[in-house]
Design a protein around this ligand. Structure first.
Ligand code: B4P
Length: 192
């Protein structure tokens, strides 16, 4: 199954993708994780991305597309994937659509995790305490939510128009949200 998880920062995309990959037996591709790995490795790309990420802004579309093309060229994606963190604007959505058409792997499902803003802020504050991620500071979180509303929210309509969107309530325990997602995907799983 080929699946993309959509939702604001803190909506649980990364959290649920980690569980879904075991359930669906497909790799989890997180553009945030790919970028953080580049930052940790101190690569040229990582050095470019570091400050942008810490400020809560989006890294350039060009860098992201290159990274994604590279990731999709690996054999483990042939049987499907869970994409998390991409696309984050309409240009990325169109580029991804073209890339997947070109490699003959069109998206099956876009799952939008819906969570109220106050709860997003609360969750990220919790992670800031537990993990100290550079972009979880209050300032950066404000910027990330603004970027989400301005640039990423329209991506939901892109998938709605393509008939691929399913909206899932992201409020509740990790198990509750996981069960809702799996139920939303059930018809696609049956058809294969
Ligand atoms: P990401 O790594 O994608 O960060 P994120 O949007 O905050 O989501 P994440 O998956 O980490 O958090 P989750 O909701 O699972 O991106 C980081 C940065 O990288 C971006 O700001 C940007 O600079 C750059 N970037 C990445 N992709 C890019 C792209 N395509 N283009 C340009 N730039 C890009 O979880 C958050 C917290 O909530 C966790 O602590 C979790 O434990 C908690 N939580 C989850 N579910 C919960 C639940 N049901 N109940 C209670 N808590 C819950």
């Amino acid at each position: 199954m080929r699946l993309v998880l959509l939702g604001a920062p803190g909506s649980g995309k990364g959290t649920q993708a980690a569980r879904l990959k075991d359930h669906l037996q497909v790799p989890h591709i997180s553009t945030g994780d790919l970028l953080r790995a580049e930052v940790a490795a101190g690569s040229k790309l990582g050095l470019e991305a570091k400050e942008i990420m810490a400020s809560g802004n989006l890294v350039s579309d060009e860098i992201l597309l290159g990274m994604l093309e590279d990731r999709f060229s690996r054999d483990d994606t042939k049987g499907g994937f869970i994409l998390d963190g991409y696309p984050r604007n309409l240009a990325q959505a169109a580029a991804l659509d073209q890339l997947l058409q070109r490699i003959g792997q069109p998206m099956d499902y876009a799952v939008q995790l819906e969570v109220p803003t106050e709860m997003l802020v609360e969750r990220i504050a919790g992670r800031a305490k537990a993990e100290g991620r550079a972009d979880d500071s209050p300032e950066s979180v404000r910027r990330r939510l603004q970027v989400y509303n301005d640039q990423t929210a329209p991506v939901v309509d892109f998938y709605r128009q393509h008939g691929q969107l399913t909206v899932v309530n992201g409020v509740g325990s990790l198990d509750d949200v996981f069960t809702r997602i799996v139920e939303a995907l059930a018809p696609a799983k049956e058809v294969g």
